[in-house]
Design a binder for this molecule. Structure first.
Ligand SMILES: *Cc1c(COP(=O)(O)O)cnc(C)c1O
Length: 361
């Protein structure tokens, strides 16, 4: 006989919550969690494997707790004059965000985001015992600097999470919003640039705003552009004092020697690892153009996915695609669905299947 959750002395503030649960169904075309659907190129995979083999010989010892070489590699990849003292990393940027919330949120504190935004933010906030509060966006999901600053000043949160571009809408973020929000708060401001590499070529990163802003942090991930979701590597740039705060809450040796070796080798091959980004961006733009032609309303996207409106019955369309072997995402926004840009063949399969279902209103 097994117990149920209500039989356990669970924390009161966790009662009634549901865990993150994007379906992991073994369908031929999986375009639901914004992965890079291109595999790691063979020559890079064998280079990574060589380094993992070397690291494996030392796994009787704990890894470098400060993952110094990896931080140097991230600093070099990010540029902007950053050095290792300004870099942090974790098992996915979700863990990096968790470290931030463990250090700066927690019981009695609030975490703020502009809804709709990344579905993990409330779960990460609640996991630390903090309260998740939301502000609003304009009808096209953009955020205006003055309005954003006013909302933040009003709610006075301890941590502000700005997703740039925003998931699930794809909306790029004006850097003026980051500046205005930073001025309007005493709290910590995090810009989540998980999809930065898929943005406009000339897009400016919030990394350019770090100088003189010790409460600002910019997080990135290797899960999307780097095709490294299964390796679980995310990272962040901030003031060295901010990094010191994260050291207070991380578990010792949180990044395994194998993870560090794999990530360092992948970063050494970043040009090859990122070669697919342009092709993915082409497929994203093709999705947008074709959805328009089919009568849907795709939203502007600076990421590797497209949110589209004009879906009469999202659940029915989601199901009809599922039955055709194609997995996309119902993010709960009325009359909308979200699809990740896949390989050319996967994208074609999605667009053809959707065209065969008459569901645009
Ligand atoms: C996918 C995603 C991440 C990345 O999560 P990882 O833990 O690094 O895999 C972070 N933020 C947003 C908004 C995302 O969509």
């Amino acid at each position: 006989m097994t117990a149920s959750l209500s039989d356990l002395p669970l924390r009161e503030d966790l009662r009634g919550l549901t865990p993150y649960g994007a379906p992991q169904a073994p369908l031929p075309v999986a375009l639901n969690v914004n992965e890079n659907t291109h595999p790691v190129p063979d020559e890079v995979a064998s280079d990574i494997l060589d380094d993992i083999a070397v690291a494996l010989r030392d796994v009787n010892r704990y890894p470098d707790r400060e993952f110094t070489t990896l931080r140097e590699s991230f600093a070099e990849y990010l540029g902007h004059g950053l050095d290792a003292s300004q870099i942090w990393a974790g098992n996915g940027s979700n863990e990096v965000l968790q470290h931030i919330l463990q250090a700066f949120a927690g019981p009695g504190r609030t975490v703020f985001g502009f809804a709709p935004t990344y579905s993990m933010y409330p779960l990460l906030a609640q996991g630390t015992g903090a309260r998740w509060v939301t502000g609003t966006r304009q009808a096209n999901y953009t955020i205006a600097p003055e309005e954003a600053a006013a909302q933040v000043a009003e709610l006075d949160p301890d941590v502000i999470l700005l997703c740039a571009p925003n998931n699930p809408t794809g909306t790029p973020l004006d850097l003026a919003v980051v500046e205005a929000v930073y001025e309007a708060t005493r709290g910590v401001v995090v810009v989540d640039e998980a999809y930065f590499e898929f943005g406009q070529r000339d897009a400016t990163s919030a990394l350019t705003l770090l100088e003189g802003r010790p409460r600002l942090a910019i997080s990135r991930t290797m899960s999307k552009a780097f095709a490294f979701a299964g390796a679980r590597v995310g990272y962040l740039a901030a003031d060295p004092a901010f990094i010191d705060a994260l050291r207070l809450v991380r578990l010792p040796y949180h990044l395994s020697a194998l993870t560090q070796a794999a990530a360092i080798a992948a970063l050494r091959n970043s040009a090859t690892m990122l070669a697919m980004v342009d092709e993915i961006v082409d497929q994203r733009d093709r999705i947008t153009a074709t959805l328009e032609a089919l009568g849907y309303q795709p939203h502007e996207s600076g990421s590797n996915f497209v949110l589209f409106g004009g879906v009469t019955d999202p659940q029915a369309t989601w199901r009809a695609l599922y039955e055709r072997g194609i997995l996309i995402r119902d993010t709960g926004i009325a009359n909308h669905l979200r699809v990740t840009a896949g390989t050319e063949a996967e994208t074609t399969a999605f667009l053809d299947a959707l065209a065969s279902i008459d569901s645009a209103s």
